[in-house]
Design a protein around this ligand. Sequence first.
Ligand code: 2IT
Length: 445
Amino acid sequence: MSKAVETFMADLIAKNPSEPQFHQAVHEVVESVMPIVETTPAFRQAKILERITEPERVLMFRVPWVDDKGQVQVNRGFRVQLNSALGPYKGGLRFHSTVTLGVLKFLGFEQTFKNALTGLPMGGGKGGSDFDARGKSDMEVMRFCQSFMMELFRHIGPDTDVPAGDLGVGGREIGYLFGMYKKLRNEFTGVLTGKGLDWGGSLIRTEATGYGATYFAQEMLAVRGDSLKGKTVIVSGAGNVALHTVEKVNELGGKVVSICDYDGAVHDPDGIDADKLAYTKELVFNKRGSLKQYAEKYKTAFLERAQPWTIPCDVAFPCAAENTLNGDQAKLLIKNGCFCVVEGANMPTTPEGVTAFLEAKVLFAPGKAANAGGVATSGLEMAQNAMHLSWGREEVDQRLHGIMKSIHKTCVEYGKEGNFVNYVDGANRAGFIKVANAMIAQGIV
Ligand code: 2IT
């Protein structure tokens, strides 16, 4: 760590105690951009690093609701409005028991650079609650979402802040949130993305993060004259991102041999083909069931309470939560022949894991580049809403594909080190420079 990075981080940690994920996310970006900051007097004079790590606004509010037994429940709601230099705050809402202010600050910080990389006019934000939908009825989820929106509505708007989904927030929750926003404002606008297809949503938005991560992998492999065809692939997670990654990898000729959820990992050496994927989608999205049922149905191995990192593969897509792939697991993947790692989730790899991959010259794509297809398609949803029309599937998919190619190209441009591309530095530098220049142009605000 350079002296400048060390000093900056010590101040940041003192100012933001007990927020380890935020420190981790900031540290990674600061490592990448400090050489630029040190040689760009305008960035130093405008205190860009100090300003970019301080959210423009943090909202924290009480979310009271009544459960099915008539008992009053109280959760905590947040919206962190990180940066609006490039456009309205944009980023998802996470409903999960692990949500804290520090987690949302890390996610909003990542989101700011990710959104910059998409090339679309979106600032960075993130929000959510410590509410956990597991074991709750639909009506309980609805009452919670309505109460959450009864406070949030006054802070958001189609040109102010446009939330979307994240972990624990899918189509059902976006519907309940949108319904309450519309009632309170008496306005039907594109204030949330990830809406249903009949009421303002965009085609491909559901698939976009997984498809986009796979398109990104395709670009990385193409640099080496390679492709996903015939590759053995593992994917962690079994949610929206993971399952749509499996779908696109299958389409491009790869074979996915593992996915995992909270209960454990399925190991299916024959590959999770289209039929098995259809079964899994129904199981996860509609029945809200466990992958154990997959293992029983298809008579495959099931690694209890484990992730797939022990399984040999060519390409890995970590698509679960943050810090779910550590240094030892990264080294094992490398030892078993994995040469390409594409983050479908936000910061799933620990700093030790990232270092191991970069030292071994693994093709490593950080989440803020590789999973940007989700928010990019949210940007396309906003554009369609603003024009009061909807594009066809082909059109949205082509735009998504074009955006992923362009993000890849930008990462190569900013991250090339001889024959190797450091996608971490590339993504951090390109995103940072764009946001920093916009901040400077807009004055000290
Ligand atoms: O992490 C992410 O990029 C998201 N959860 C999607 C955000 C969005 O606004 O679509």
